[in-house]
Design a protein around this ligand. Structure first.
Ligand SMILES: NC(=O)c1ccc[n+]([C@@H]2O[C@H](COP(=O)([O-])OP(=O)(O)OC[C@H]3O[C@@H](n4cnc5c(N)ncnc54)[C@H](O)[C@@H]3O)[C@@H](O)[C@H]2O)c1
Length: 336
């Protein structure tokens, strides 16, 4: 099968450092490249071997090309919405980074358009794809795990980005949105969501988010802007009946089950099917180091262009945005 011909818009930090390097490891060619900023465009084109004649600062020129199979977007909420809508109207498959739009209503517009046009639109929720999260999620979905009774987790960041952004829109849209996808993807549909809020100082916000799932399960997510990014930022746990799965820092998985006490057992051992399983990657192996999940997600995107694949869709993006707005409730106007 021939390489997928991708048009890419947005040559910022994230595209250069994470997305394009991982995308290029798949069977793709960058057929066209665009950024409104001429310097960034030229630097990125040189880096990824795109000839100048295939670059433009005008995204409409990209959409008017008839020779691409799919479009990648790493711009920001408004660009994802505007360009995403235009691409969907042309039935061009799209990968768009999160957040898919500035508001849930606009994300829903994208989802409705994608459905009407029957075109795949994949959202950059790579947390579903991190190796540890995938392992844990597969354990949770296996029949012997049983009921997923509770979720507890934290996803923090630092005040650096928000000190000049006291409405916290960047925090909500660019950071929190990830977990408003990950939590329902692990626990199932959400019946209700709300949040308690504590602002320690301008730029230092803490939210305790309360989930009730349609399964009857419950969840608490702590997100905040008051921890150092020099420390691990993420931890989560799902409990079932006499078992629980924990993921620390998207690379360590622990699966606790129901072992007996060992202390007075002379024959104590570690028993299959009972004792705790732990997984960590070997970070010294010169091998695929996709532990954050970008490579796997972009690989699924290249497949979703040609076949049906279970990916984070724009409908999932709209759900995440809706839950986010619901959680922050009375402060919804801040999500802009
Ligand atoms: N999944 C993740 O973990 C993750 C991590 C970082 C960033 N992101 C997302 O990726 C997106 C981009 O983030 P970034 O840090 O690279 O931002 P950035 O500001 O560095 O890059 C955005 C680029 O888009 C270009 N641009 C803006 N409007 C444009 C337009 N109309 N036409 C053409 N180009 C345009 C800008 O010139 C800029 O080069 C954001 O939505 C962000 O949330 C996701």
């Amino acid at each position: 099968m021939s390489a997928v011909r991708i048009a890419w818009i947005g040559c910022g930090t994230h595209a250069n450092e994470m997305l394009l390097p991982q995308l290029m490891r798949h069977d793709v060619t960058i057929a066209a490249l665009c950024d409104a900023d001429g310097d960034r465009l030229a630097r990125t084109a040189a880096r990824f071997g795109v000839p100048p004649e295939n670059t433009t600062q005008d995204w409409r020129a990209i959409l008017n090309r008839g020779d691409v199979d799919a479009l990648g977007l790493a711009i920001g909420p408004q660009g994802h919405f505007d360009i995403g809508m235009a691409a969907i109207e042309r039935r061009l498959p799209v990968f768009m980074e999160k957040p898919p739009a500035p508001t849930a209503a606009q994300a829903e517009q994208l989802a409705a358009a994608a459905k009407r046009q029957d075109v795949p639109v994949v959202v950059g929720f790579m947390k579903r794809y991190s190796t540890a999260n995938r392992i844990a999620s597969n354990i949770l979905r296996a029949p012997d795990f049983g009921e997923r009774a509770s979720f507890l987790g934290q996803y923090m960041t630092a005040p650096t980005y928000f000190a000049k952004d006291p409405d916290y829109s960047g925090f909500y849209l660019h950071h929190c949105v990830h977990y408003f996808d990950l939590v329902p993807s692990l626990m199932g549909d959400v019946a209700s969501v709300s949040a308690r809020r504590h602002e320690m100082a301008p730029g230092k916000l803490l939210l305790h988010v309360d989930f009730r799932f349609t399964s009857g399960g419950i969840g608490t997510l702590v997100v905040g802007t008051h921890q150092s990014r020099g420390t691990p930022m993420e931890w989560w746990q799902v409990m079932g009946d006499h078992r629980r799965v924990e993921v620390r820092n998207v690379h360590e998985v622990r699966y606790y089950r129901a072992p007996p006490f060992k202390v007075s057992d002379r024959d104590a051992t570690l028993a299959d099917g009972v004792d705790t399983l732990v997984w960590e990657p070997n970070l010294t192996a010169a091998a695929n180091e996709d532990h954050k999940g970008y490579h796997a997600l972009l690989g699924d995107f290249t497949r979703a262009i040609r076949e049906s694949v279970d990916v984070p869709t724009i409908a999932d993006g709209a759900r995440a945005m809706r839950l986010l707005e619901e959680a922050i409730g009375g402060t919804a106007e801040e999500v802009r």
